[in-house]
Design a protein around this ligand. Structure first.
Ligand SMILES: [Zn+2]
Length: 348
């Protein structure tokens, strides 16, 4: 005979016991007499069939109820134990998750906490933290690269920190750089915030640069920098760029919108117009034949300032253009070219 497991034997016994139930229930009981013998004396008791049936069936019902109650209470106890274990496990998880998510907050107790809710919240906090971290990292990398590029561009133009600050200070809305939301500003890592502010300032500087050529078809004939002066023959600084027109059009235009801050005649520069731009950048147009604006006029890049000429110390018809940032001259041709490249705006 095969070896049976304890469970099989139990089930087998239960099955046989269960099979007895209908037989006992339907048994045809007869009236019976019970003889009771004590100290030689005999007593006769009569047990009616009805009573026998009632007792047997009552016992069966009570046993059935008892068995069912046992099963139910056992099942319930098992469930309570399971829930308690799950709760304990959840508490440990919550504590670990909270300790990771909020390292500065000591988690001392989780009594009375809605376990599932806290678990969900914790998961969401962790996910959000991860997203923020990723965003901050990629933003920092992008900003650093962007800042380095713009910094190199400005350095190539000879625009130093003092000039950058002057442009930022002189530009309308100047100072409002970085995130405008104070709440967000307080929460960003200081290094990232610094990068953002710097990025905003560098962009502001690049955007503030003049980008329109002063003639409809301009060609450079003399560069910015040290050169031998064509009249005095002395080597000296040429603080601007000389342009001639490759078209019959002699009109001279502002390199950026602004306000005419000076017009006049100068022994060297001849007839000259000075335009102050909204960023504090200043441009000067010299050797003009005629001036068509007055001091205080608002000019756009389509407004002719005057006509090409050769007034003042000049060897021929040309425009001497100067651009100043914080009072210091910069190379106009380079600035215009860089600004066009950076601002990506179509020239007219
Ligand atoms: Zn010149």
């Amino acid at each position: 005979m095969a070896v049976r497991s304890k469970a099989f034997i139990l089930l087998h016994a239960a099955w046989h016991a269960l099979r007895l139930v209908p037989r006992a229930w339907r048994h045809g009981y007869q009236d019976a007499k019970v003889i009771w013998e004590q100290d030689g004396e005999l007593s006769y008791y009569r047990l009616s069939a009805v009573w026998q049936r009632v007792v047997v069936r009552g016992a069966l019902v009570l046993t059935g109820v008892g068995v069912v109650s046992l099963v139910i209470s056992g099942w319930h106890s098992w469930q309570v134990v399971q829930e308690r274990e799950a709760l304990a496990e959840a508490h440990v998880q919550i504590q670990q998750a909270l300790a990771q998510a909020l390292p500065e907050v000591p988690v001392t107790t989780t009594e009375g906490v809605n376990t599932q809710l806290v678990l969900d919240l914790t998961a969401r906090i962790q996910e959000r933290d991860w997203l923020i971290q990723t965003l901050i990292q990629s933003t920092s990398t992008q900003l650093a690269a962007d800042n380095a590029t713009m910094d190199a561009q400005l350095r190539r133009l000879g625009i130093d920190q003092r000039m950058r600050e002057a442009i930022v200070a002189g530009t309308p809305r100047g100072g409002a750089v970085g995130p405008h939301d104070a709440w967000l500003r307080d929460k960003l890592p200081p290094a990232l915030l610094q990068s953002m502010v710097r990025n905003g300032e560098l962009r502001q500087v690049l955007r503030a640069l003049p980008m329109h050529y002063p003639l409809r078809q301009a060609r450079v004939t003399s560069d910015f920098g040290m050169r031998e002066h064509p009249i005095t023959r002395r080597v000296q600084m040429h603080a601007g760029t000389d342009w001639v027109s490759d078209a019959p059009d002699d009109r001279v235009f502002a390199v950026r919108a602004g306000v005419v801050s000076a017009v006049g005649k100068h022994p060297q520069y001849g007839l000259m117009v000075t335009v102050t731009h909204d960023s504090g950048v200043v441009s000067r147009y010299a050797h003009l034949r005629r001036i068509s604006v007055a001091r205080g006029d608002r000019v756009g890049v389509q407004t002719p300032l005057g006509l090409l000429g050769s007034t003042g110390m000049s060897t021929g018809k040309h425009l001497h253009l100067e651009i100043f940032i914080a009072g210091k001259p910069v190379d106009p041709e380079r600035v215009l070219r860089m600004a066009q490249h950076v601002q990506q705006v179509k020239i007219d």
